[in-house]
Design a protein around this ligand. Structure first.
Ligand SMILES: NC(=O)c1ccc[n+]([C@@H]2O[C@H](COP(=O)([O-])OP(=O)(O)OC[C@H]3O[C@@H](n4cnc5c(N)ncnc54)[C@H](OP(=O)(O)O)[C@@H]3O)[C@@H](O)[C@H]2O)c1
Length: 600
């Protein structure tokens, strides 16, 4: 094992644990990560830390199981940890619906075991234990705790029981202990990244999915938040600054808007409708969960209570820490939740929502000077370009078209929306469209030839024979699309059912279920089939003022005869060559970009 560590983070693979680990390592500390899982888990953690600019040369990992006395350390690990001065316990089972037995094993016994083990360290400076802003405010007598298990569920009750247990232990042993009580922890204040999708994140998910018709609680309901990067900075300071026996800090941003205002802020940011009426907590408790969609264990969090943050403020002030602006942090967190598909999407390039021509538009990639602009086709969204974008040398701007994917509808035609999106762009990017996305790309190249380096049209819908009159039956198409699954999309696009975990199809299937999304996609498809539209686009193609490359799948019936443009056929592909042959499509885009660069 590496250099002797001074700090142990137990629960280092968790949400808070890994941000704390990163902060400690960035500050040059020598840290041991107490974690479960084998080498693969450790590799994943190290990769994550590197990706978050944390050096890993002063990191070691030890296996711990907090449910076992002595944390289940083997002799080598126990010896390695003899130099530890600070112990942070970020391990617990943070889930709703736990049984009392599982919750107590990890959260109560686990907390006791950690503190007891730490008490045996010769050079211990401080133990930092995480409780939670609600659990730490509950009655801790045995009757009160028993009542909590009945009324509030096993998570909060076990955290309350643990809080009382570790305080009692520390007082008995004269142990320096700081209990930190964070409120709802949201994502990093800059990137929004969290990787945790419970509690308030569930409310955001329901809001995004159009499943939050009523506001839980009332006008005074206060669900405070704290960003994970602020919390990590705060935690690293605690052992440096707290002295004496047992201390406690409530860490939350008091400027968090009350829940109705918070929801309204996020609804505006995400471009969705905010609920206006309230559903009081008493009513929520009585209605079945299938109706309320509210996790019963989150209901005790819906109160107007305020918390004594004086000690946390004093510590933060002494350390020069301030909460990042909360509204921006909330918006970035919501963006990232959406970009992650609330945990359903495999990793990719996260984007966010921005105003474009009155539409809250989902944009990923480079916004001001992209080398490429990639417009998706249907029934997909911007994620359908992920494999191609990964293979392109230059930068790419990848929007979801208005009203499709994650973008809200625009009140203006798509051409106006595209012109506004690209107005601030410097340089002459290569404009790439797929299927129905080829139409706005082609019209934009005509309208702004001086701002487009080249045009690449992948499987243009307007060149397909009009062999699918069914696509004009909007109610039928809408019904099919609204029931679309990633498996069906994977098969339909030619990816193959065994790739139903691909980011492109998982994202498309998720987004087609958003309110109105399938209807809008059906509308686009029907419009793309109109003969006049198709004829007009064909004429525009014949007179396009910028160099055009057509990329078509071998099995896609695209009519290219009589066209005086470069046509590249992708062997084995159908209508979605960018999904099944991203290498070849990226290479063709790169060639078009190179030719455009040479022509400038
Ligand atoms: N997140 C919040 O909003 C929030 C708010 C207030 C308080 N808290 C408290 O903050 C602490 C950290 O929360 P979190 O959000 O980071 O939770 P989390 O993401 O669920 O992480 C929990 C960590 O505990 C580890 N763990 C669970 N059982 C273990 C065991 N038997 N032995 C060793 N490790 C074990 C997990 O390991 P695996 O990865 O192997 O499962 C994981 O690393 C918890 O005490 C939680 O109650 C959290």
């Amino acid at each position: 094992m590496s250099a002797r560590p001074d700090t142990l983070v137990v629960g280092a693979t968790g949400f808070i644990g890994r941000w704390l680990l990163a902060e400690l390592l960035r500050r040059g500390r020598t840290v041991a990560a107490g974690m479960r899982g084998g080498p693969a888990r450790e590799r994943e953690l190290r990769d994550w830390l590197r990706a978050h600019d944390a050096p890993v040369d002063r990191l070691s990992a030890v296996h711990v199981d907090i449910t076992r006395p002595g944390l289940d350390l083997d002799d080598t690990a126990a010896h390695h940890l003899e130099s530890i001065r600070d112990v942070h316990n970020c391990a617990s089972l943070f889930r709703f619906g736990l049984t009392r037995r599982e919750a107590r094993a990890a959260n109560v016994d686990g907390a006791r075991h950690t503190v007891t083990w730490a008490a045996g360290l010769a050079g211990l400076r401080r133990v930092v234990h995480l409780t939670g802003y609600r659990a730490a405010a509950q009655p801790t007598d045995p009757a009160g705790i028993a009542q909590l298990y009945r009324d509030h569920g096993a998570y909060e009750a076990s955290k309350t029981e643990a809080d009382a247990a570790v305080r009692a232990l520390a007082e008995r042993e004269g142990l320096p202990l700081s209990v930190v009580n964070p409120s709802t922890v949201i994502g990093d204040s800059i990137t929004g990244e969290a990787g945790q999708y419970i509690g308030l994140a569930e409310t955001v998910r329901n809001l995004w999915a159009g499943r939050l018709p009523l506001l839980p609680g009332d006008a005074a309901t206060f669900v405070p938040v704290v960003t994970v990067d602020h919390l990590a900075r705060f935690l690293t300071e605690v052992p440096e600054r707290d002295t004496g026996g047992v201390r406690a800090h409530w860490v939350l941003d008091e400027t968090t808007p009350n829940l109705p205002e918070l929801v309204d802020h996020l609804a505006t940011h995400l471009g969705v409708r905010a609920p206006r009426r309230f559903m009081p907590v008493g009513v929520l408790r009585r209605l079945p969960r299938a109706v309320t969609r509210a996790e019963p264990e989150t209901l005790p969090f819906l109160t107007a209570d305020r918390y004594d943050t004086a000690s946390a403020h004093a510590l933060a002030r002494a350390a020069g820490l301030t909460h990042p602006p909360v509204r921006d942090a909330l918006a970035r967190w919501a963006d990232r939740l959406v970009a992650d598909g609330f945990g359903a999407l495999p990793p990719g390039r996260p984007g966010g929502l921005h105003p474009v021509a009155g539409s809250r538009t989902y944009l990923a990639g480079e916004r001001s000077a992209p080398d490429h602009v990639l417009l998706h086709g249907l029934p997909l969204d911007g994620e359908s370009w992920h494999a191609v974008a990964d293979r392109l040398d230059g930068s790419a701007l990848v929007p979801d078209l208005p009203g499709l994917g994650r973008s809200a509808p625009a009140r203006v035609p798509v051409d106006v929306w595209l012109a506004e999106l690209l107005a601030p762009v410097v340089g002459r990017p290569v404009l790439v469209g797929h299927s129905a996305g080829c139409a706005p790309a082609l019209r934009h190249a005509h309208a702004h030839p001086d701002r487009v380096g080249a045009l690449v049209l992948v499987a243009p819908a307007f060149l397909q024979p009009d062999a699918s009159p069914a696509l004009r039956l909007k109610p039928l198409v809408r019904a099919v699309l609204s029931r679309m699954t990633a498996e069906r999309l994977a098969a339909f696009t030619g990816l193959g059912e065994d790739t139903a975990d691909d980011r492109a199809v998982v994202s498309a299937a998720l987004n087609l279920r958003r309110p109105g999304a399938a209807a809008r996609a059906a509308e686009w498809l029907a419009a793309a089939r109109r003969p006049a539209e198709r004829a007009a686009l064909r004429a525009l193609l014949a007179t396009c003022p910028v160099p055009v490359t057509l990329v078509v799948g071998e099995h896609d019936p695209v009519g290219t005869s009589g066209l005086d443009v470069r046509v590249v056929t992708v062997p084995g592909a159908g209508h979605y060559p960018q999904l099944v042959a991203p290498d070849m499509v990226a290479e063709r885009i790169a060639r078009a970009a190179a030719a455009a660069g040479a022509a400038v």
